[in-house]
Design a protein around this ligand. Sequence first.
Ligand code: HEC
Ligand code: HEC
Ligand code: HEC
Length: 94
Amino acid sequence: MHALRPTLTAAALVILTGMAGAVETITYPNRIGTVVFPHKKHQGALGQCRGCHEKGPGKIDGFDKVLAHGKGCKGCHAEMKKGPLQCSGCHASG
Ligand code: HEC
Ligand code: HEC
Ligand code: HEC
C-alpha cells in the first residue's frame, strides 16, 4: 500500500524521531481483548513516521476499529506479509 509509505526528508525524520522516543506502546482496551500496539518497534521496523502519520505525529484523526482492521494495522500486515493477521495476534485473550 504505497499511500501508507510516502517518503520523508531525512531532516524531518531526525526531528520527528527525536520527539517520539517516548511512545513505546499504545493500548486499546476493548471488549474482545486489549490490543497492545508496539509503537516504537514499528518505528524501527518501518523507519519512518509518515506512512502512518499523514498529518504529523500524534493522535490519528478518526482512528477506529474500521481503520485498525484496514490499512491502519491489519492491511499493512497483509501487504507486507509481516505482523499478525489473526484476531488473537492483536487482541490479548482473556
Ligand atoms: C505502524 C504505524 C505507525 C508508525 C510507523 C508510527 N506511528 Fe505513531 N502512532 C501510530 C498509531 C496507530 C498511533 C495512535 C493513534 C491514535 O490512537 O489516535 C500513534 C500515536 C503516536 C503519538 C501519540 C501518542 C499519544 O499517546 O498521544 C505520537 C507522538 C507518535 N505516534 C509519533 C510517531 C513518530 C514521531 C513516528 C516516527 C518516528 C511514528 N509515530 C511512527 C502509528 C504509527
Ligand atoms: C492487526 C491488529 C488487529 C487484528 C488482526 C484484529 N484487530 Fe480488532 N482491533 C484492533 C485495534 C487496534 C482495535 C482498536 C481500535 C480502536 O479502539 O480505535 C480493534 C478493535 C476491535 C474491536 C472493538 C470495537 C469497538 O468498537 O469496541 C473488536 C470487537 C475487534 N477489534 C474484533 C476483532 C476480531 C473479531 C478480529 C479477528 C477477525 C480482529 N479484531 C483482528 C486490531 C486488530
Ligand atoms: C505500515 C505498516 C504497518 C502498520 C500500519 C501496522 N503494522 Fe504492525 N507490524 C508491521 C510490521 C512490518 C511488523 C513486523 C515487525 C518486526 O517483526 O520487526 C509488525 C508487527 C506487529 C506486531 C508483532 C510485534 C512482535 O513483537 O512480534 C503486532 C502485535 C502489531 N504489528 C500490531 C499492530 C497494530 C495493533 C497496528 C495498528 C495500531 C499495526 N500493527 C500497524 C507493519 C505495520
